[in-house]
Design a protein around this ligand. Structure first.
Ligand SMILES: [Zn+2]
Length: 181
């Protein structure tokens, strides 16, 4: 079994700014929230291609996640997206439980995962979250919730927040976006 690899430096950038300004690193720009459904569905084949690559397990630098580790992270992020969306629809302005991506990576040993299994799990997670979003009414898209630090979200702004993560991490893994249909 591979020993625990080095942890990447903490991510201190405030990604909320991206929701209004777009991201100059990955080229993501704000879009209608409902478009997140197509982007989620398009992410599955894009990551299946990434995970089939020979370098899927390879870290480009000691403290940079491999494509496999990014895929595991994004799989779990997509599940957090579903959980938070469901909470906002069911509860009145819920406070999200914390998600520590670095701690989860170590606890779940992302570096030891099977790329083929992760591709399957990623496809399931994206389909489930897309299904939840597809079922939302116009009123439900605007339901509120807040992050542990108090930052306010709606179902729509949370969808944009995570839509950016889809694009940004695909760039991190040198993947090619598939055309959303
Ligand atoms: Zn970005």
């Amino acid at each position: 079994m591979t020993p625990v690899p080095a942890t990447p430096p903490p991510d201190t950038r405030d990604w909320l700014v991206v929701l209004e300004q777009g991201c100059d690193e990955c080229g993501w720009s704000p879009h209608p929230a409902a478009e997140s459904v197509q982007r989620l569905r398009a992410a599955a084949p894009a990551w299946t291609a990434v995970l089939a690559r020979d370098d899927a397990r390879h870290r480009p630098a000691e403290t940079t996640w491999s494509p496999l580790e990014y895929a595991c992270h994004l799989r779990d992020v997509v599940t957090v997206w579903e959980e938070r969306t469901r909470a906002m629809v069911a509860e009145d302005d819920p406070v999200f439980s914390n998600f520590d991506g670095d701690a989860t990576a170590i606890a779940r040993q992302y570096w030891n995962a099977s790329p083929a299994a992760v591709a399957d799990e990623f496809a399931v997670a994206t389909a489930e979250t897309a299904g939840v979003l597809e079922g939302l009414s116009a009123e439900e898209w605007e339901r509120p919730g807040r992050r542990g630090d108090g930052a306010p979200f709606t179902v729509s702004s949370l969808a944009l927040y995570f839509s950016h993560e889809l694009t940004h991490h695909l760039r991190d893994a040198n993947g090619c976006p598939t055309v959303a249909s």
